[in-house]
Design a protein around this ligand. Structure first.
Ligand code: HDE
Length: 707
């Protein structure tokens, strides 16, 4: 089925697709009776050119690919809606979709990685794209953002340099979807303006647990404009209802092998299961008269406005509730453009944004084969269109009448110029010399990188040190890249630079920290610890079981966890079918342990049942499953005999007196070999859920972050 956000169009398309009563036809609508065999001369003779069915089929196949996106090639998308909470923004913007209470505006969102090719793995270290197309009644509005609020460069003219540096190196196209290589770090070491975004890229933000668990940011300062033409500066923020959570680096690398489609699958499965992800849209507003009140320039895309200086005002919510029907038609062909604006929203002179306004339209022309890409269902506005644009490759519209120009009398003056509801550019006075120079107000590249560093929790800071060390550790070129980068880090934070230098085996860098005098105080909103809601909704729990399992206990705990919104899966030695519980009950097996890995789950549960545990224990893979989950600071639960598997896996047993097995939940609080599967206390599931809601057991003493 061809899909369009417009319900009427979808109906039409569906009718057309269902023609021929579901029978196979050629592209010309001719019914086909054999698509397995080509037309040949005799049984073993040559294939005939006159076989128009075969030629049509193979010719279309030969042309199925279009160029992948230059950046953000790998992605996943979904439909949904946006609704404002109320009309609180009405005094600031004429954009009705932001201010009309109760109005649900359809959206399509595409999440992406930046550097990798279309077939690369989801869980690489990278910034994620977060692009939203709002099909508003006043036309399409695109908010094409990222999951980090700052970008690597300040002026769009440097974008090709940055992208060439981060992409695989051109002589051998290695490495795929990885920033840990010479050219990226060469560029970084020579371009201090990259530092703030690099801090984000080396942080846990670049390893999201799920697209559903990451923030989104418009990055640039935009402008809201009200009906009277008055403007106010605005930054856009998306905040996920499920909290902001990340994978550990070791997990990322293993997930990339176990399930390269991890994020794509996660989004798809959640929506298919009715667990619709939700984000809150927030805005930071700055009055025009306050433009120069900050120790940084609002037009500089390498800077945030700390929330302490301009609070985030919640204005509405977005829910994604429908998976696309066809990846290519929708997710691959969706064409975002920063210049798709509706009345009430405008640009600023941010020099990065100004380039984007050229680049996105330009890229669609080559990717989608001409100027008519707005006719594609996923790009079609819900608002009616009536332009004098004509012809071009793949023209879908059949325009009637003799005129395609304005003004005219032959066509009755149609289409007429509207008086109301039109897009009017914000009236801004601009004057100056024509110059090629970076604004001096963009010069401080260190204060905000330091602000970010200082706002991290201890674990987050450790991860940043490990990430810099890993990435620079992969640098092979002998041209001073490691030393130069560490010297730049020293200008951000001496402590950070010394820790990284130490891991790289370099001497502690000289020189002093460099940042503006009016440096900003740490901002709690920058740490992910600010976004940990008390929920286990959609968290994936692996239940390890075999014949003889305490099926009653398993069901009781699993039911209680599912009631709290978690997803449970029974993993066993066989890859399907049923296992027989201790008292003869049947338990359905969802998956085989060998087909999965602990890195694909948020938590592990081992129910009781002596025979079950004996079988699981025979299999080194199962013990490894538990040990690995422990290493990754995941919640691990066991009751009755299940506790024995924890012991076999070495979980908890190696701990010294002053160490902790935080996040290990058992029915008696101690790991013992007692074979008796007594009733599980009611609070077991509660304790398990409470541990899981913290995302990870950060206090567990285990080296989950090797250098
Ligand atoms: Fe993009 N960017 N970008 N970008 N970008 C593209 O557009 C570009 C920038 C972002 O899911 C391309 O259709 C330039 C910032 C996202 O389809 C391309 C500059 C931010 C996506 C392009 C930037 C982004 C893109 C590639 C600097 C965060 C994926 C294919 C001047 C605010 C959208 C395409 C999707 C995609 C150009 C910088 C986000 C080549 C020239 C800053 C989320 O046109």
């Amino acid at each position: 089925m061809i899909d369009s956000p417009d319900p009427k169009q979808r109906q039409l398309d569906t009718v057309r697709e269902n023609a021929a009563d579901g029978h196979l036809t050629t592209a010309q609508g001719v019914l086909v009776d054999d698509t397995e065999n080509a037309l040949t001369v005799g049984d073993r003779g040559p294939t005939l050119l006159e076989d128009f069915q075969a030629r049509e089929k193979i010719t279309h196949f030969d042309h199925e690919r279009i160029p992948e996106r230059v950046v953000h090639a790998r992605g996943a998308g979904a439909y949904g809606y946006f609704e404002p909470y109320d009309d609180r923004l009405a005094e600031h913007t004429a954009a009705k979709f932001l201010t009309t209470p109760g109005r649900r505006t359809p959206v399509f969102v595409r999440f992406s990685t930046v550097a990798g090719s279309r077939g690369s793995a989801d869980t690489v270290r990278d910034i994620r794209g977060f692009a939203t197309k709002f099909y508003t009644e006043e036309g399409n509005y695109d908010l094409v953002g990222n999951n980090a609020p700052v970008f690597f460069i300040q002026d769009g003219i440097k974008f090709p340099d940055f992208v060439h540096a981060v992409k695989p190196e051109p002589h051998n196209e290695i490495p795929q979807a990885a920033s840990a290589h010479d050219t990226l770090w060469d560029f970084v070491s020579l371009q201090p303006e990259t530092l703030h975004a690099i801090m984000w890229a080396m942080s846990d933000r670049a390893l999201p647990r799920s697209y559903r668990m990451m923030q989104g940011f418009g990055v640039h300062t935009f402008r809201l404009v009200n009906d009277a033409g008055k403007g106010v500066f605005v930054k856009f923020h998306w905040t996920p209802k499920l909290g902001v959570h990340s994978l550990l680096w070791d997990e990322c690398q293993k997930v990339a092998g176990n399930d390269p489609d991890f994020h794509r699958r996660d989004l798809w499965d959640a929506i298919a299961a009715g667990d619709f992800p939700e984000w809150e849209l927030g805005v930071q507003l700055v009055a025009e008269e306050d433009e120069f009140d900050f120790p940084f320039d609002l037009l500089d895309a390498t800077k945030i406005i700390p929330e302490e200086l301009a609070p985030v005002l919640p204005v509405g919510r977005m829910v994604l509730d429908r998976n696309p029907d066809n990846f290519f038609a929708e997710t691959e062909q969706v064409a975002f453009h920063t210049a798709n604006l509706v009345p009430g929203i405008d640009f600023t002179n941010d020099p990065l944004l100004q380039f984007r306004n050229f680049s996105y339209l330009d890229t669609q022309l080559i990717r989608l084969g001409g100027p008519n890409f707005a006719h594609l269902p996923v790009n079609r506005p819900v608002a009616p269109t009536n332009s004098n644009q004509r012809d071009g490759y793949s023209q879908h519209a059949i325009h009637r009448g003799a005129t395609a120009y304005h003004p005219n009398t032959v066509g009755g003056g149609c289409p007429a110029i509207a008086g109301e509801g039109v897009y009017r550019h914000y009236t801004e006075k601009v004057e100056g010399q024509k110059i090629r120079r970076r604004s001096p107000s963009f010069a401080d590249h260190y204060s905000q990188a330091r602000l970010f560093w200082q706002s991290m929790s201890a674990a987050e800071a450790d991860h940043i040190v490990a990430a810099f060390s890993f990435e620079l550790g992969k640098v092979a070129a002998d041209s001073g890249i490691r030393e130069r980068t560490v010297a730049e880090l020293a200008k951000v934070s001496r402590c950070l630079a010394e820790r990284v230098a130490n891991r790289l085996g370099l001497p502690a860098p000289e020189g002093s920290e460099a940042f503006a005098e009016n440096s900003l105080a740490p901002s709690s909103a920058l740490s992910q610890t600010a976004y940990v809601p008390d929920t286990i909704a959609t968290r994936r729990i692996a239940i390890l079981a075999a014949d003889g399992v305490d099926a009653v206990g398993l069901a009781r705990v699993a039911d209680a966890l599912r009631e709290r919104g978690a997803v449970t899966e029974v993993l066993s030695i066989r890859h399907g079918g049923v296992i027989t519980g201790r008292d003869g009950e049947e338990v359905t097996v969802d998956r085989g342990i060998a087909t999965m890995a602990s890195v694909l789950y948020d938590a592990v549960l081992v129910p009781g049942g002596a025979e079950s545990v004996d079988q699981l224990a025979c299999d080194g893979q199962t013990a490894h499953f538990v040990t690995e989950a422990f290493k990754h600071l995941k919640t691990i639960g066991a009751f009755g005999d299940g506790r024995r598997l924890l012991q076999i896996a070495g979980v908890g047993s190696h701990l010294a007196d002053d160490e902790t097995d935080d996040g290990v939940v058992t029915d008696d609080g101690v790991i013992s070999c007692a074979a008796d599967d007594s009733d599980i206390p009611a609070e077991f599931a509660e304790q398990f859920a409470a541990a899981l809601a913290r995302h990870r057991a950060w206090d567990r003493t285990v080296d989950a972050v090797p250098a």
